[in-house]
Every structure is written in structure tokens, then in C-alpha cells.
Ligand binder design. Structure first.
Ligand SMILES: [Zn+2]
Length: 177
């Protein structure tokens, strides 16, 4: 029975070996070879170090592709979701995407903020209109009052009479003291 693998064969099997994807017989052959071949053992040690990075890299690639698809799905359904036009199953799906995908979550938040702003500005126009009516009346009243105070002619007359009283008082004072 031939159970000796060549170095090339072991190198070819290395990634499967590291990922533990060989059947038990092949795995034993590689084990045997590695025990006796320092060169291949070195390659094995390096592969073992690198492999987790490679795996996570490919997982991230798959993830981002999956997330992009999810996000497209999410964007297509976002306004319907906000307007409660989705059935229960669909709205749960959109909710799940919003929870797992930060981009989607931000979109949803923005959408809600936007809606709230719209709602607020509508409310504001209603109350502001009421305020404006009372404000206009108040403004007219206060404007009249301040206008009377700030009337330039009134100021001049007041100033002039003050000046005259000082002069008259000074004259009287000069006469009697
Ligand atoms: Zn070898």
C-alpha cells in the first residue's frame, strides 16, 4: 500500500489539510509526511498562520456582497416600510436588515428624522399662525406705545422745556443770590 506522499502532493493538499477538510486516510498520509519532512512542516506552520486571515478575508467578501444585496432590498422597501405598507413578514425582514446593517440603520434614522421634521414644521405652522394673530395685535399696541415715547418732536419739546427751565432758574438764582 502506497502511503508515502511527495512534497509536491503535500503542498497541494496543504490548504485542505489546514482547514481540516481531508478524509482521515489522506490526513494520516500528510501527518506522516510532515513528521518526516522539515521543509513541508515549515510550509504547514506558515499556512496555519496565514489561513485564518484568508478565511476571514473571503468571509468578509461574501459578507459585503450579501450586505450590498440586503441594502438594495432595504432601500427599495424603505418608504413602504415607513408608511406601514409592508406585510408583517416583509416588515420584519426590513427591520432585521436595519438592525444588522449600519448603513440601513442610518437611512432609517434619517428617514424618521426627516418625517419628524416635516411633522414638526406642519405643527409649527399651525401654532405659529395662531401666535401670529395675537402677536400682530400685541405688536400694534406696543408699537403705538413706543412710537409715542420715541416721537422726535416729543423729545425736542421735552429737551427744550428742560433747557428753558434751567435758564430761567439760573436767571432767578442770579437775581436773588
Ligand atoms: Zn515534504
Amino acid at each position: 500500500m502506497q502511503n508515502q506522499l511527495s512534497c509536491n502532493q503535500v503542498i497541494a493538499l496543504m490548504s485542505f489539510y489546514v482547514e481540516d477538510k481531508l478524509n482521515s486516510r489522506l490526513k494520516e498520509y500528510v501527518d506522516d509526511h510532515l513528521r518526516n519532512c522539515p521543509e513541508c512542516r515549515k510550509v504547514y506552520m506558515q499556512s496555519k498562520k496565514i489561513m485564518p486571515h484568508i478565511i476571514s478575508l473571503t468571509e468578509n467578501l461574501n459578507d459585503s456582497e450579501y450586505q450590498t444585496k440586503q441594502y438594495e432590498d432595504f432601500k427599495l422597501n424603505l418608504s413602504a416600510y415607513i408608511d406601514n405598507e409592508l406585510d408583517e413578514h416583509e416588515s420584519i425582514r426590513i427591520k432585521k436588515i436595519a438592525i444588522s446593517n449600519p448603513l440601513a440603520r442610518k437611512d432609517l434614522e434619517d428617514m424618521y428624522t426627516f418625517k419628524r421634521l416635516l411633522h414638526n414644521s406642519f405643527d409649527r405652522t399651525k401654532t405659529e399662525w395662531k401666535n401670529d394673530c395675537s402677536k400682530t395685535v400685541m405688536h400694534k399696541l406696543t408699537d403705538n406705545a413706543t412710537a409715542a415715547k420715541k416721537d422726535p418732536l416729543t423729545g425736542i419739546i421735552f429737551g427744550f422745556s428742560a433747557l428753558i427751565s434751567i435758564i430761567v432758574l439760573g436767571f432767578i438764582a442770579a437775581l436773588y443770590f
